[in-house]
Write a protein that binds this ligand. Structure first.
Ligand code: ATP
Length: 241
């Protein structure tokens, strides 16, 4: 049984900036993004998430939408357990896989092959299958001999091929996706999209942030609209919304 429950969840980022002194005088909202606030201890912070209440259950395919800085990526990282709430609670049941900027856990000095072993441990893969996993990743990423070279010698698209191939090798109960649909060159994009569709089918709960209405309407059955760190709309959708 997989589920995610958030109760009155808030997340503030403390920020040190040259303009901090003047910002501290006010509670301000500047066009886009979370609210910039201050407290009596004279700390400036960005209120990235405010009083988020959510209950996600099996079958939910949620599209997170909202302007730049609305809090989509922050919410995904809270769901992933990367960020901890400043207030409120989160409860999660089920294994989690993230498709974020695809950089976490990589050592650029190590070869692609050694990085696969690192990531396999990070993602809790069954290490008894490591050799066959590496073969599958080699096949999907089409990196060939580059897998024996340090990752620092890869182009950004090649790094992405490697990381994507590892992160999507196995399905998980909960799948969190942050704007990764445009990854790689056009040939890779077609295969990446098919792979994402496969692991989405097997995941019990999917939450994805995207600015593309087309992607959200083709993959999601719910949308959550965020504004300045708050959930302002949650509704079921079928196709276009
Ligand atoms: N590491 C950080 N330190 C300070 N503030 C941050 C940090 N990360 C995000 N923020 C702030 O939190 C708010 C939410 O940012 P977030 O990245 O979650 O927005 P988003 O909806 O994903 O935006 P976009 O569509 O531009 O990717 C913004 O006001 C942003 O400035």
């Amino acid at each position: 049984m997989s589920k995610i429950t958030l109760n009155n969840l808030c997340l503030d980022f403390p920020v040190v900036s040259e303009t901090g002194a003047s910002l501290r005088k006010h509670l301000v909202r500047i066009g886009t993004g979370g609210i910039i606030a201050s407290d009596h201890a004279k700390t400036t912070y960005v209120k990235a998430l405010t009083d988020v209440n959510l209950s996600l259950v099996e079958g939910d395919r949620v599209g997170l939408i909202g302007h730049n800085g609305a809090g989509k990526s922050t919410l995904l990282r809270v769901l992933a357990g990367i960020y901890h709430p400043s207030a409120g609670t989160i409860r999660r049941e089920g294994s989690i896989r993230t498709l974020f900027e695809l950089g976490v856990g990589v050592d650029h000095e190590l070869s692609g092959r050694k990085n696969i072993s690192r990531l396999a441990r990070l993602y809790n893969f069954n290490l008894a299958n490591l050799d066959s996993d590496i073969n599958k990743i080699e096949e999907f990423s089409e990196l060939g001999g580059y897998l024996d070279l340090p990752v620092r010698s890869y182009s950004s698209g090649m790094q992405l091929r490697l990381l994507f191939a590892v992160a999507t090798l196995y399905p998980s109960d909960i799948l969190l996706i942050d704007e990764v649909f445009g990854v790689g060159d056009s040939g890779f994009q077609v295969r990446a999209k098919a792979r994402i569709e496969d692991i989405m089918r097997e995941a019990k709960i999917v939450v994805m942030a995207s600015h593309s209405k087309e992607i959200i309407s083709s993959f999601c059955n719910k949308i959550i609209r965020m504004e300045a760190g708050r959930v302002v709309e949650l509704k079921n959708i079928k196709g276009d919304f």
